[in-house]
Design a protein around this ligand. Structure first.
Ligand code: PMP
Length: 444
């Protein structure tokens, strides 16, 4: 059966995408029978690939027992067990998990939790957020306001909440000559401190950052010491630190949470995508005990909520994903396959005239494309390099996640790779071969 409705409101209104009909392992198949190797994991979602038998079995079992119970009446066994597991493996000091249905919802909930915390401790004058340029935090209005991509925000101004944006940690373009990575990180932390002081030391609610930048910048890896310095600045002024690991979290960088590798624990941590592995829409905010304690002793109520939060089938899928991670020791595999992929990309593209930078961790990689390596000059946006790469890759049976706006929201192209953790070395080799050919065809 090939379904071809004209009524689905696709984001790209002028071009209907192919119809996906099945998925198995790292492959998706369309209605024409063509198969695609999924090196994007959707958008860093499908950590276990498609059709994983353990996740499907857990979902089936949950459907047979109970699909849905509204959280104003009930909690469910599966939500409780999942929360315990997430907290057992959470960064230091985390005590509670607030479930939602996706990444933007997680960010919205975290922003509101942070605000409510300050209202409850008698600091309602704190009303301002600080975030970073070239960041992405979701598409709902609050998350969009926090996001640092000007091009995405512009059509919705002035209805967004006011936010100060500071520099991202983007060594390829912004670390100065003669500056060590550590000095660069300290300079960025100082910039954050100046932004807090410019607003007034007791006016800022939180600094929000992706631990590793993702969708809009092609994976930005923090320099050593950056997040420790950021944590210190936040603590100095009583500002909360919200880390958004919707994309880079849940094992993608080789540890369950990317912030583990930075040696910091945020006040609020958002996760989604890999939490449900694409089997169900689910996200979560992990919260520090001090925040939950204040809200419990105060109003005793979080002024926020969605109909589907903690959905039983979504929790069953997420719990199964976690169990497979542990049973199959997948985080070690992410680190190992990540090293393999990194070596292969360097061997293949270190001398490529248009590959400016290859950066990432684990199975989360960005390739920044430039017109000229020496000057790092980006391509003219009119050439639509990232759109062409996606088209050429799809033609070669490859799904990658190319985006534009790497440099300032308008200029700059990158390709994001986030293959499933179960990808074999042979499959990763195929990804690099097909992507190399797609990039050459798109740029020619
Ligand atoms: N935060 C980050 C870091 C993301 O990468 C994304 C999605 N790309 C979101 C939030 C929003 O998640 P969702 O699309 O599930 O709403």
């Amino acid at each position: 059966m090939t379904v071809a409705s004209t009524h689905v409101f696709h984001r790209q209104l002028q071009r209907k995408p192919p119809v996906a009909v099945s998925g198995q392992g790292v492959y998706l198949t369309d209605a024409q029978g063509k198969s695609y190797i999924d090196a994007s994991g959707g958008a860093a979602v499908s950590c276990l690939g498609h059709g994983h038998p353990d996740v499907l079995a857990a979902m089936h079992a949950q459907i047979d027992k109970l699909a849905y119970a509204h959280t104003s009446f009930f909690t469910t066994e599966v939500a409780e067990v999942l929360a315990d597991k997430l907290i057992a493996n959470a960064p230091e000091g985390m005590s509670h998990v607030y479930f939602v249905s996706g990444g933007s919802e997680a960010v919205e909930a975290a922003l509101k939790m942070a605000r409510q915390y300050f209202v409850e401790i008698g600091q309602p004058q704190r009303s301002h957020f600080i975030a970073r340029r070239q960041s992405y935090h979701g598409n709902t209005l609050g998350a969009l306001a926090i996001g640092g991509n000007q091009w995405r925000r512009e059509p919705f101004a002035p209805i967004l909440i006011p936010v100060t944006h500071v520099s991202p940690c983007y060594p390829y373009r912004e670390q100065q000559a003669g500056e060590t990575p550590v000095q660069y990180g300290l300079r960025l932390a100082k910039e954050l401190e100046d932004a807090i002081l410019a607003k007034g030391a007791d006016s800022v609610i939180a600094f929000v950052a992706e631990t590793l930048g993702g969708a809009t910048a092609g994976v930005l890896v923090p320099v050593p010491g950056y997040f420790k310095a950021v944590r210190e600045v936040c603590d100095r002024y009583g500002v909360l630190l919200i880390l958004d690991e919707v994309m880079c979290g849940m094992g993608r960088t080789g540890t369950l949470h990317a912030c583990e590798q930075e040696g910091v624990s945020p006040d609020l941590l958002t996760v989604a995508k890999g939490l449900g592995g694409g089997y169900q829409p689910i996200g979560a905010v992990l919260a520090q005990k001090k925040i939950v304690d204040v809200m419990r002793a105060g109003s005793g109520f979080f002024h926020h909520g969605h109909t589907y939060l903690g959905h039983a089938i979504a929790c069953a899928a997420a719990l199964a994903v976690q169990q497979v991670f542990e049973r199959d020791q997948l985080l070690g595999q992410v680190r190992e396959r990540g090293d393999f992929l990194q070596r292969l990309m360097h061997e293949s593209w270190d001398k490529h005239p248009h590959v400016g930078d290859i950066r990432g961790r684990g199975l989360f990689w960005g390739i920044e494309l430039v017109q000229e390596r020496a000057s790092k000059k980006p391509f003219d946006p009119a050439r639509n390099v990232h759109v062409r790469i996606k088209r050429e890759a799809m033609a070669r049976g490859l799904m990658v996640y190319p985006m534009g706006g790497t440099v300032d929201g308008r200029y700059g192209d990158h390709v994001l790779l986030a293959p499933p953790f179960i990808s074999s070395e042979a499959e990763l080799t195929m990804v690099v071969e097909r992507l190399g050919s797609a990039m050459d065809a798109a740029i020619a």
